[in-house]
Design a binder for this molecule. Structure first.
Ligand code: MN
Length: 290
């Protein structure tokens, strides 16, 4: 199997297994977790797997060669990051989404919606995080519940006050993120943090595969109908600027997740819907709404 050491897609699946994804399927490399340092109380603020990833990556190809590939559609994909310290999210980071949010009371609800330089960033509860195989379980069904497809960045090393030029060196990899949202007048952190309202998947794609995160097509279909179809070149604040800005407020730790904002085309989902989210160079993930 041609598995270059640098370019990898790393997933978590089924009963907390870790796998390497290739065209042939998923190869189980869970044994590499035996190398993680013992964790004692108080727990670290970082995700121990992502913190050790740099050291574990060189061992994964050998472990993968000993495993038989499992078809991707036969596993239940979990979030590639199990224990992020925080999930940071950028609001209105695409100009056309700002315009649609301002034009639609169903989105803005009288909230002051302004572009990201003024709005800043917000946090989603880590308890909201699931993988694509777990699905989104809607709450407050009387309210509008929207999908937001976003490029997600996973932080790979501790970062405080880094510059945009230094930021790429802080990235462990990229995923597709769904920032599920109840529309309404409350704070974003409340409306975007119910259990399962942050979907991360289908796997972590290492930066070798994505030389420029500002050059990726992203889309989401609901029941086969295209809702959002955009490009990260339209981001107002690019990935390096977001990391630099975030790190000027709080220390970023390995495993912290950064959702970079959603483009235009947000829309409601209902129980029974099937979402198909895709980002160029990462892949696609199917997520059921229940
Ligand atoms: Mn969002």
């Amino acid at each position: 199997m041609p598995l270059k050491c640098g370019v990898m897609r790393i997933c978590r699946f089924d009963d907390n297994r870790v796998g390497i994804v290739s065209g042939e399927g998923i190869r189980d490399v869970t044994a590499v977790l035996d190398r993680l340092p013992q964790v004692t109380y108080p727990l670290p603020r970082h995700d121990p797997f992502i913190a050790a990833l740099r050291d574990l990556l060189p061992e994964m190809p050998a472990a993968a060669r000993r495993a038989s590939p499992i078809p991707v559609d036969q596993v239940r994909l979990l979030s590639p990051v199990a224990n992020p310290g925080k999930i940071i999210a950028a609001p209105v980071n695409y100009k056309k989404h700002l315009e649609e949010a301002l034009a639609d009371k169903g989105i803005h609800h009288g909230n002051l919606v302004s572009e990201i330089h003024k709005a800043g960033m917000f946090l989603k509860a880590p308890s909201s995080l699931v993988g694509p195989g777990e699905g989104v379980k809607l709450v407050h069904l009387d309210r509008r519940n929207d999908h937001e497809v976003e490029l997600a960045v996973v932080i790979g090393r501790k970062a405080r006050n880094v510059s945009a030029a230094e930021a790429p060196g802080c990235i462990a990899g990229y995923c597709i993120g769904l920032d599920m949202t109840i529309r309404g007048p409350e704070e974003r952190s409340l409306r975007k943090s119910p259990d399962s309202y942050c979907v991360l998947g289908p796997w972590l794609t290492t930066p070798d595969e994505i030389p420029d995160p500002g050059q990726l097509a992203l889309s989401i279909k609901v029941n086969g109908e295209t809702r959002q179809d955009a490009h990260t070149s339209d981001l107002i604040l690019k990935v390096p600027e977001l990391i630099a800005w975030g790190s000027s407020f709080y220390t970023l730790y390995p495993g912290d997740v950064l959702l970079t904002g959603t483009p235009q085309g947000v829309g409601p989902v209902r129980p029974g819907d099937m979402m198909l989210a895709s980002i160029e160079r990462i892949g696609s993930m199917r997520v059921e709404v229940t």
